[in-house]
Design a protein around this ligand. Structure first.
Ligand code: PLP
Length: 232
């Protein structure tokens, strides 16, 4: 089923890319495996998934260890941290994750940088931006983001790769469009301010219900859970 689901997802991505004049190979699928079993993850990897997303360091650590124990019979995968991160988990998180997508404050960036320095790692990160007005969501406010990023890019052991956002829950994916557009506009502003080099930032946006709209608005990375793992 996972293989079939992924096939369908890829077809949908190809269709939307072709309409939007984008290259479907430029879209990275992060398979979000929070709450899923090791068997399901293995199935996804066997179906071609190379990027795995998790929300909790502890849960990821267990899976990471179990998958590592299988060893080189599986292809190398990239681990993405997507959930809100407490500074006291920074060390364990830096050890496991290739890309921390949920850096949502300068304070957290500093904590992650400190641990990366100790581990002699250049840690890839995305800045999570709270485009949605929902109080439950974390992320930097769009109006604070440029200022924080100006400081974050000075941290020696972090490599800023882009921006991430979670659109609010809506009944129609079209309603998520303004939030994706807002993230893209923010990226343009950061380029215009000269904080980072043009072309340096990817956009991680779009989930099972709204990834097509997100791609139309410029997503480079979509984070998919239910549409990969669940029966329709
Ligand atoms: C759970 C989660 C996803 C995947 O959500 P689906 O709706 O299952 O595709 C993507 N991003 C984040 C940050 C998540 O927490």
């Amino acid at each position: 089923m996972i293989k079939n689901n992924l096939q369908k997802v890829k077809e949908r991505i190809s269709a939307v890319c072709s309409n939007a004049g984008r290259d479907h190979d430029s879209i990275t699928i992060v398979c979000v495996s929070k709450g899923r079993s090791l068997e399901q993850i293995k199935e996804a990897i066997e179906a071609g998934i190379t990027d795995i997303g998790e929300n909790r360091t502890q849960e990821a650590a267990v899976k990471y260890k179990e998958l590592s124990a299988i060893g080189n019979r599986l292809p190398v995968i990239k681990w993405h941290m997507l959930g809100h991160l407490q500074t006291n988990k920074a060390r364990e998180t830096v050890k496991i994750f290739d890309l921390i997508q949920s850096v949502d404050s300068l304070h957290l960036a500093e904590a992650v940088n400190k641990e990366a320095l100790k581990l002699n790692k250049l840690q890839d990160i995305l800045i999570e931006v709270k485009t949605s007005p929902e109080a439950s969501k974390s992320g930097l406010k769009p109006e604070e983001a440029a200022g924080a990023i100006r400081e974050i890019v000075k941290l020696t052991n972090l490599k800023l790769k882009g921006l991430m956002t979670i659109a609010p829950l809506v009944d129609n994916p079209q309603k998520a469009r303004p939030y994706f557009r807002q993230l893209r506009d923010l990226r343009n502003k950061i380029y215009e301010l000269g904080i980072v080099t043009y072309g340096q930032l990817i956009l991680s946006m779009g989930m099972s219900d709204d990834f097509e709209v997100a791609i139309e608005e410029g997503a480079d990375m979509v984070r998919l859970g239910r549409v990969v793992f669940d029966e329709k």
